[in-house]
Design a protein around this ligand. Sequence first.
Ligand code: SIN
Length: 309
Amino acid sequence: MNLSTTLAGIPLNSCILNASGPRDTTLEELQALQTSESAAIMMKSCTIDSRPGNPEPRYVEFTGGAQQSMGLPNHGYQAYLEYAQILKETSPKPIVASVSGLSPEDNLHIIQAFQDTPVDAIELNLSCPNIPGKPQTAYDLTATDRLLEQIQSTKPLGLKLPPLLDPALVRDFCSCITQHQVSFVTLINSVGNTLVIDPATDRPIIKPKHGLGGLSGSMIKPIALGNVWMFHEALKDTQIDIIGVGGISFGRDVYDFLLAGATAVQIGTAYQSENIPVFSRLNQELLQVFAEKKIASVDTIRGTLQEYQ
Ligand code: SIN
């Protein structure tokens, strides 16, 4: 019984890794991930220049989830080229760069820059909802198609997507990406442009974007799971892998994402609140689920969700 998997041709000793976003911006945070039970090191989405991100308050947790509008605070892509080099010198653990340029040209430039580095894969974030005035690229299929057309990457390329809430949208999206060199999709980013009002103040709980921000945590798990299931159906005859993310708090949640078709999962909100120990806890809990159900491996259950007949 083991939790290993292969994502975009990269062997991982567990199917559980961190999501880009929480606690992966500084070299110290990335080094903590390196020695953790996270199966890979996902780095913070980077832009051309370093960014302080959006004004505070920009991250608030509450029962069942969190809302945030971080605004891509990061050290600029050149720092992450260097961090990847430093990390790889001490451990072979897979490293994934996350790219979130503010324009197509920025994305092409950053993806090109990561080609000559030891990163094992690149996740192109087409779904950040938190940059004022910038729509989420993945909601514009023409723009997505045009961008993918221009990308040349020898590293496996994945796309981090926002929720697509209709099977027809998913099918159109998958028809597009199967024309390009996409190795995996990461489903889903936070649910964008949500509003949470603080009853004590009658104001939004966060400041940026008039209070609109990305919703995450256990309350979005059914949305994420539905997306994984729809993409699994649309991509099952392709080589494109699925990473599930959204509301994973327990080993049983990981199991659900595997049943729905994920090859691996990412942990965001639970990692933000529990820090590094979350990875060993989830690995243990998933092993327990496997033991109870006599499951030998991730491969044997991936996408095997049984429907009503
Ligand atoms: C952020 O930094 O605003 C979060 C990243 C994302 O939603 O892609």
